[in-house]
Design a protein around this ligand. Structure first.
Ligand code: FEO
Length: 170
């Protein structure tokens, strides 16, 4: 059994990760409508990764015999107009998720829940990658996005992304 507060935070995070998947599907749809198949692909895979994050947390709760409550997932409502809008919203969202992971970590640390800290280590590292990817996408759009050939090349780069299962095994 986990500490009650830690358990509650992880339960909430399951919902947040599914929300992240929803948000990235929104971005994927946006780019699909704009005809940018590569960006649409990148965010569709990102949505799959977010679902994986949720499932890892769900599995961790099960391993610890914790009761899981599945709450409603919020509707992702972002004003998306320019090609840059999802990229900026994505970075902002990942920074927010990092703060949530840190909050769970801090609570686990406070109650000497070393098991959860070890579990969360993977997510701490993952958030570094998530923020770095989001920053890089903004930088590349700033550098090359205003030129049609540049945008075409960027889209081709993102079209090449393939899904791979998370490296964390529980
Ligand atoms: Fe689940 Fe994008 O972090």
């Amino acid at each position: 059994m986990l500490n009650e507060k830690v358990s509650k935070l992880i339960n909430t995070q399951i919902n947040k990760e599914f929300y992240s998947a929803y948000l990235y599907l929104l971005f994927s749809n946006f780019y699909d409508e704009k005809g940018l198949d590569g960006y649409a692909n990148w965010y569709k895979i990102q949505a799959q990764e977010e679902r994986d994050h949720a499932m890892l947390m769900l599995e961790y709760m099960r391993l610890n015999s914790e009761k899981i409550t599945l709450e409603a997932i919020d509707k992702p409502e972002k004003e998306l107009e320019t090609l840059m809008d999802p990229l900026k919203a994505g970075l902002e969202h990942e920074q927010y998720v990092t703060s949530l992971i840190n909050d769970i970590y801090a609570e686990a640390y406070a109650v000497k829940d070393f098991r959860t800290m070890q579990f969360l280590d993977w997510f701490v590292k993952e958030q570094l990658e998530e923020e770095k990817n989001a920053e890089d996408m903004i930088t590349k759009m700033e550098l090359f996005g205003n030129d049609s050939k540049g945008l075409y090349m960027l889209d081709a780069e993102y079209a090449a992304r393939v899904y791979s299962a998370p490296s964390l095994v529980l």
